[in-house]
Write a protein that binds this ligand. Structure first.
Ligand code: MN
Length: 342
């Protein structure tokens, strides 16, 4: 891997004393793992760093030591920023709301991402690597670091492995490619103990008993459309208030939804009293409509994992119906295309 942007990135980093590492408003193991890896790498270079994310780190990520250093405000003074695992302004809403995105725009800004679809791109980025061929932003950072001969402390390598395992669901989904395995091999050679990381991750992913029982509620509410190819479930604000602080409801059931015979697409909607609606979309192999479906509603993501957020304006039932209709259109289109190539 040879990124033509590497030298420019190195130049920005070398000139900066204090660097802010920014995660978008949907933190996951990749964005947090990438941010913590960069914190270590830049620390090794003698740089001061601040970690930023507009929302709280969910509990299931607390196995990544250092999650509690992530702050919800940008520092008053810094010299440059790195946005990891995102390349759209849509996911930096908190910074837009607080007006702090202007602070980012006023300094050199590096974007390191691997998402396909970029609606609403970050126009103030000084330099961006958006490499959709990489399984995770962490993998991209590892390869960039090799090119620039960065020193990768063991902790940074552990964070990078966690970021890869997060986005590839343990090297099982279609984001995983041969380079991912090569990077994993190098991390193991570097001393990372994968089974130990897995044990820690599992320990923090355990659910309280209320959540276990709530899972049954959601399963009972799940509805089928598109002749059973799409399964969706809606979560209202009252439940978000009670259960979201304990566990993210979408991953609680989305895996099981996709394991149901005939189901190809699983959608978890959350609808809020202020009219906001979010959707988490996951697709089985051969039904990769995720990115296109999310983009239709102003969101984005990968073929098999994507999401969107709509800020009111339309009753939830209408929006859900529109989304399920569009999912049906996309699945039909996919079938037609597959027949066409036979
Ligand atoms: Mn990612």
């Amino acid at each position: 891997m040879n990124y033509s942007e590497a030298e420019q990135i190195q130049d920005i980093l070398l000139k900066a004393g204090h660097i802010v590492i920014v995660q978008a408003d949907n933190p996951d193991a990749d964005s947090l793992g990438s941010a913590l890896a960069l914190e270590d790498i830049l620390g090794e270079m003698g740089k001061k760093t601040t970690l930023y994310c507009g929302v709280d780190m969910p509990g299931y990520l607390h196995y990544l030591a250092g999650w509690d250093r992530v702050e919800k405000d940008l520092p008053k003074k810094f010299d440059a920023s790195i946005i990891v695992d995102a390349s759209t302004m849509t996911l930096l809403e908190k910074l837009e709301q607080s007006g702090q995105s202007k602070w980012l725009a006023a300094k050199p800004c590096i974007v390191l991402d691997h998402h396909h679809s970029v609606d609403n791109p970050i126009l103030f980025a000084t330099v961006a690597i958006v490499d959709a061929g990489r399984a995770s932003a962490g993998e991209l950072i590892f390869l960039l670091g090799q090119q620039l001969k960065w020193t990768l402390p063991l902790a940074a390598q552990e964070f990078i492995m966690s970021s890869i395992l997060g986005d590839t669901q343990g090297l099982t989904n279609q984001l995983t490619n041969s380079e991912t395995y090569r990077v994993m091999g190098q991390l193991v050679d570097g001393g990372v103990d994968r089974s130990q990381l897995e044990e820690m991750r599992r320990a923090y992913s355990k659910m309280p008993i209320e959540i276990f029982k709530y899972k049954a509620t959601l399963i009972n509410r799940a509805a089928l459309s598109s002749q059973g190819a799409v399964m969706s479930v809606a979560i209202p604000q009252t439940e978000i208030n009670v259960y979201s602080p304990l566990y993210n409801p979408a991953p609680l059931i989305q895996g099981d939804m996709l394991q149901t015979i005939n189901v190809r697409v699983a959608i978890v909607f959350k609808h809020y009293t202020d009219g906001k609606v979010t959707a988490a979309i996951r697709c089985n192999p051969g039904a990769g409509i995720g990115a296109e479906l999310a983009e239709h509603f102003g969101g984005g993501g990968h073929k098999f994992a994507s999401g969107f957020k709509v800020m009111g304006g339309k009753p939830f039932d209408d929006l859900r119906a529109e989304c399920l209709r569009y999912a049906d259109d996309l699945l039909n289109k996919l079938e037609t295309e597959q027949y066409a190539t036979l």
